[in-house]
Write a protein that binds this ligand. Structure first.
Ligand SMILES: C[S@@+](CC[C@H](N)C(=O)[O-])C[C@H]1O[C@@H](n2cnc3c(N)ncnc32)[C@H](O)[C@@H]1O
Length: 207
């Protein structure tokens, strides 16, 4: 399979098993392909976090960190204590090579707990992980559990899955229950080289 064909198939996976196999095979060439296509969402999400969290030494988590392109943007923004998790061993191995994470661990975000302790993190970011066959919007309940009150919740999602509606519906429900605040969606570039737009959610757990 040529490197380019991975991105073109990323929105076709539907089950967790398909997704895991997909990233096992993509891990080696993921960075090259995404960078060639001008992957914009990590930088957009890191900039969104800088608007909310000024303590660069605060512990934060990169959910579905993959090979660490999202963590690299956080590190470039100045954040110093970044944990990362993903369910793909192969993607995590690549993330480890970057030497930017405080801690990396394997976790299926659809199967709580992500970590045992509640309220561990000042921010949670999920860049490119809410999508078909990937992470379910219902995982936001567990993500909120591990965030401190007032902690930033930043999500970068492709426009295909945003339009599908289940993530927006879950976010709206959490806002209606006063469990998150702020709650602004911004449209912009996701993978401009492939002509894919995306949305960034800027929100925070209620304090
Ligand atoms: C498009 S990549 C994004 C990786 C990274 N955040 C980035 O921006 O480059 C999606 C990642 O989500 C991970 N993933 C998908 N479903 C998952 C799940 N249920 N639990 C944990 N990780 C998952 C994949 O293994 C993959 O690394």
């Amino acid at each position: 399979m040529s490197a380019k064909s991975f991105l073109s198939k990323a929105y076709n996976v539907r089950t967790g098993a398909e997704t895991e196999a997909f990233y096992r095979n993509w891990a080696e060439t993921y960075d090259d392909e995404l960078q060639q296509q001008g992957y914009a969402q990590p930088g957009r999400c890191a900039a969104a976090l800088l608007e909310q969290l000024h303590d660069l030494a605060a512990p934060i988590i990169d959910l579905g960190c993959g090979t660490g392109l999202s963590g690299a943007a956080l590190s470039q923004a100045g954040y110093e204590r970044i944990d990362g998790c993903d369910f793909s061993e192969e993607m995590l191995r690549k993330a480890g090579d970057r030497k930017i994470y405080n801690r990396l661990f394997q976790a299926n975000l659809n199967r709580p707990p992500i970590v045992e302790d509640a309220e561990m993190y000042h921010a949670a970011l999920a860049v490119g992980v809410f999508s078909y066959g990937h992470v379910s919007p219902d995982s936001l309940d567990e993500i909120l559990r591990i965030l401190k009150p007032g902690g930033a919740l930043i999500i970068g999602v492709n426009a295909h899955f945003y339009d599908e509606g289940s993530l927006c519906a879950k976010v709206d429900a959490l806002a209606a229950e006063n469990r998150i605040v702020v709650h602004v969606w911004e449209r912009g570039e996701h993978i401009p080289g492939a002509d894919i737009d995306g949305w960034v959610l800027k929100s925070a757990k209620a304090g």
